[in-house]
Design a protein around this ligand. Structure first.
Ligand code: AMP
Ligand code: ZN
Length: 465
């Protein structure tokens, strides 16, 4: 079976075909770095990670680009409040964002371009749009004229552009915005306003700063080409952000911008979108401070299909923690199998499970079904008494799943000193001789040295604490 994805452009499941065989270019909208990201944002980044790791599992050559919006109204406003430069302010939150990705075992982007590093390219794109009459100047700013773009709003199913006009009129707040020919037009380059303080660039288009949407058009074409395979983001970005990205990019290049658009649903709290503006959010740092395990948080955000809304609760987090523990304990226990006889079924069960797991992911990244395959696999294996060799096959299968799940720590190879080894052997001998007093004494001695023993049916196990 081939990968099927739900393409927002067509509102249908489509079979994925890359532009170049074995390669994929992915662009995903990243954070606006004016605060710590919350776990709603992280749901989007976990979804990006799932998509990317699926392609890596299938041995694709993946080029994954995710931008950092280091300039916007909020970051300017908040850096001014704190009396520090915009650069210093956004650097702090960029660093925190990348740390949070690492904490959740999300692979860092291959490229994470910053908006402020792309000002010349944004000016060039605006000039191009002016030249081909998709843009105009009004007052000190430059705007995109949406009725010059035939398919404007197609991705958002904006059939009724008049409605958009009414909505836009309802939202008008900024004096600059009244300069537009049409309220639906959006800003490409914002002429300088004293509220922006020392945040401006002197350019051919005058002193000012970029609009929001233009960064993603220039960074994606620079790093992935005018047409690329896949664009990801949260559903809130379909309109206006992605609608405007398409209008800018396609009007400039004349080529199709993106082949597949995938959008993740929101993380909710009490049925409302988790967001900074509603102040109903948890940052990753909040949850870790409360003692929650990052692996459980990762699992919770991953385990629900990306096109379903997910309501965040602490019970849900607890359930995720239990699932992660089950997986981790299965892996830990399987390493101690000692039965000499191989069970021929283990290889077949493992191979089938791997195939099934991939098949589920190929169904529009159906992670919940893929997870069911993992739990069925563990249940089937637990019914068997398997050999050391079989356990290697089982472990290899679990690590295969973990390429996507990212919740199993590969055990560090720990060794024991000669002294400790001989203590364990002496205790084993005492146990065989039914000399329980000596056995208990040695156990206590080992405990003092940080070695905990566990008398499993297959033999004694140890762990360091
Ligand atoms: P922002 O920093 O608000 O521009 O958001 C960055 C990314 O996080 C975008 O892809 C958003 O769609 C996504 N996002 C924001 N809030 C949520 C949420 N509650 N659930 C899922 N994704 C979200
Ligand atoms: Zn974007």
């Amino acid at each position: 079976m081939a990968l099927k994805v739900y393409n927002t452009l067509s509102r249908k499941l489509e079979t994925f075909k890359p532009i170049k065989k074995g390669k994929i270019g992915i662009y995903a909208c990243g954070p606006t770095v004016y605060n710590f990201v919350h776990i709603g944002n992280l749901r989007a980044y976990i979804f990006y990670d799932l998509v990317r790791k699926y392609f890596l599992l299938k041995k694709f050559n993946v080029n994954f680009v995710s931008n950092i919006t280091d300039i916007d109204d909020k970051s300017i406003r908040d850096s001014q409040k704190q009396g520090i430069s915009l650069k210093k302010f956004t650097e702090k939150y960029t660093k925190a964002y990348l740390e949070d990705l690492k904490t959740l075992n999300i692979q860092l982007p291959d490229k994470a371009p910053k908006a402020t590093d792309y000002i010349p390219q944004m000016i060039a794109l605006t000039k191009k749009l002016l030249k081909n009459k998709h843009a105009y100047k009004s007052g000190k700013s430059y705007y995109y004229k949406i009725d010059t773009f035939k398919d404007y709003g197609k991705i958002a199913r904006l059939d009724n552009l008049d409605q958009l006009k009414k909505n836009a009129e309802g939202r008008l707040h900024d004096a600059d915005e009244y300069e537009k020919d049409d309220v639906r037009d959006f800003v490409l380059w914002k002429g300088y306003d004293k509220e922006d303080g020392d945040v401006f660039w002197e350019t051919d288009l005058g002193k000012g700063r970029p609009g929001w949407h233009i960064e993603c058009s220039v960074m994606s074409s620079d790093l992935l080409g005018d047409t690329f395979d896949m664009h990801l983001g949260g559903v809130d970005l379909i309109f206006p952000h992605h609608t405007n990205e398409i209008a800018q990019s396609e009007a400039a290049s004349g080529a199709k911008f993106v082949n597949y658009w995938l959008h993740n649903e929101h993380l909710l709290v009490d049925e409302k979108k988790m967001s900074k503006s509603l102040n109903n959010f948890y940052t990753l740092r909040d949850l870790i401070k409360k003692g929650h395990d990052p692996k459980a948080i990762r699992y919770l955000l991953l385990a629900t299909h990306y096109r379903q809304k997910l309501n965040f609760t602490f019970d849900g987090l607890e359930a995720a923690k239990n699932s992660v523990t089950k997986i981790q304990e299965f892996v830990r226990n399987i390493s101690f199998s000692k039965n000499p006889k191989s069970v021929p079924k283990v290889k077949t069960i493992s191979e089938n499970a791997k195939k099934e797991f991939e098949l589920k992911l190929e169904d529009d990244f159906n992670i919940s079904s893929a997870l069911a395959v993992v739990f069925d696999f563990m249940r089937d294996i637990n019914k068997l008494t398997i050999s050391k060799n079989d356990s290697k096959i089982v472990l290899e299968t679990m690590y295969f799943f973990n390429e996507i799940l990212g919740v199993i720590e590969k055990p560090k190879k720990e060794t024991l000193t000669k002294n400790i080894k001989s203590l364990i052997d002496s205790r084993e001998k005492a146990r065989k001789d039914q000399d329980w007093d000596t056995a208990d004494k040695i156990r206590d001695q080992l405990k003092e040295k940080g070695i905990i023993l566990d008398d499993a049916p297959e033999g004694v196990r140890w762990k360091k604490v």
